[in-house]
Ligand binder design. Structure first.
Ligand SMILES: [Zn+2]
Length: 401
């Protein structure tokens, strides 16, 4: 199905809802017109009566005719109010029709695309709550996370929370251009950061140096002294250190008027937050993105396609195609950012390989699954289904991705 096909139903839905909205709007206008005209007439009528009454003799009692006129007027006011209130009620029903039109045209039953019982049961629900809680901690919403722990009676020990607390504290400081908590953390974890070839500590020192440069001649000496901190990084960052030292020559005339202007770019502050998050998460064995937001985003991307395919399957009455609910009926591309690890689907058996059924490389270079190899194997001889080279089944080697 191409994209223009997908747009059509949505466009229809918009038109349907718009039709109801137009009805409501014209009704609003008509009722508004009518009621203001009626009220105006009524006001005129009443002021005429008042005028007539005041022109009469104030001392005498109300005459029988006057009393009749007044009673009639009173009735007219009551009737008009009743009619206006009925019109108003009528408007309500038109407005609620718009709501129903939206429900009918936009809100689809997504239960067909969900796995039954995915969140049913105490254990699963508590797992879901834990994931939500971790998400809050990750986003720095610590008090909301704590509240959820209490309300959902979760068992999360302090040691599990601490890394998030610390990362958030450091990140908050970095956002306020305070490098020290991050520097202190990086020094504490220097060895492990180096093992994962992180440039975090160097970049933090560099930013501090740049801040000193911004201080002009008054802080030139301080900057020069601080440059000693670059020493442990000389091997990996020689070129960048040279650039930083070169910038010292321009402190007198102002670095912003020099070829070293790029050092002052505020983007370095944004960059350091990213570098810190990425490297610290890697060191702590956490994923950089919150698993919950990644899963949610993936669901949002794939839902329209799944609803579409579900619709088509219902139309063609082949709903049983999708009874293997832990497997999607179609392949959905979520884009490169959500690709985390490679999987291999056997081209012969069309199954994803597993640890017990790993991919194997044949002598000719073609790769199939172990199960497929076993099926093709006759007396230890295998004919590659692709090239088709004859070979010994035992020569096939497992492949790691
Ligand atoms: Zn082959």
């Amino acid at each position: 199905m191409d994209s223009s096909d997908k747009k059509l139903p949505k466009m229809d839905s918009c038109v349907n809802v718009e039709r109801e909205v137009d009805k409501v709007l014209s009704k609003f206008a008509a009722v508004g017109d009518h009621s203001s005209r009626t009220l105006q007439d009524l006001v005129e009528h009443i002021s005429n009566i008042r005028k007539e009454l005041s022109e009469g003799n104030n001392d005498s009692d109300v005459t029988a005719t006057q009393s009749l006129v007044l009673n009639q007027c009173l009735k007219k006011v009551k009737d008009t109010c009743q009619r206006l209130s009925n019109d108003h009620k009528d408007l309500h029903s038109s407005v609620s029709k718009v709501g129903k039109a939206i429900d009918r045209n936009f809100i689809q039953d997504i239960s067909a695309c969900s796995v039954e019982g995915a969140f049913v049961g105490v254990e699963k629900r508590s797992l879901l709550n834990e994931v939500i809680c971790e998400h809050f901690f990750r986003q720095g919403m610590l008090d909301i996370g704590e509240q959820l722990i209490q309300d959902a009676r979760l068992q999360i020990d302090e040691a599990q929370k601490e890394p998030f607390f610390e990362l958030n504290r450091i990140l908050e400081a970095l956002k306020e251009h305070n490098l020290f908590p991050a520097l202190e953390w990086a020094k504490r974890n220097r060895e492990r950061l180096q093992q994962q070839s992180s440039a975090l500590e160097f970049k933090l020192h560099r930013l501090h140096f740049i801040e000193l440069l911004k201080g002009g001649p008054a802080r030139q000496m301080e900057a020069l002294l601080y440059s000693r901190n670059f020493e442990p990084f000389a091997y990996h960052h020689a070129k960048e250190i040279q650039t930083l030292m070169g910038s010292l020559l321009y402190v007198q005339q102002g670095v912003h008027n020099s070829p070293y202007l790029h050092l002052l770019d505020p983007i370095h502050w944004l960059d350091i937050c990213d570098v810190f998050t990425r490297d610290a998460c890697q060191l702590l064995g956490l994923s950089v993105e919150s698993p919950l937001s990644v899963a949610f985003a993936a669901g949002c991307i794939s839902l329209p396609s799944l609803l579409n395919i579900n619709h088509v399957m219902k139309q063609r009455q082949c709903t049983n195609v999708w009874n293997q609910k832990d497997e999607l009926p179609i392949e959905i591309d979520l884009g490169g950012e959500t690709r985390y690890h490679s999987i291999f689907a056997c081209p012969i058996l069309r199954q994803q390989t597993t640890e017990t059924n790993p991919p194997v490389r044949l002598v000719c270079g073609h790769v199939i699954s172990r199960d497929a190899l076993n099926k093709l194997n006759t007396n230890n001889k295998v004919k590659c289904p692709y090239c088709p080279m004859e070979q010994n089944a035992v020569d096939a080697r497992p492949v790691q991705f």
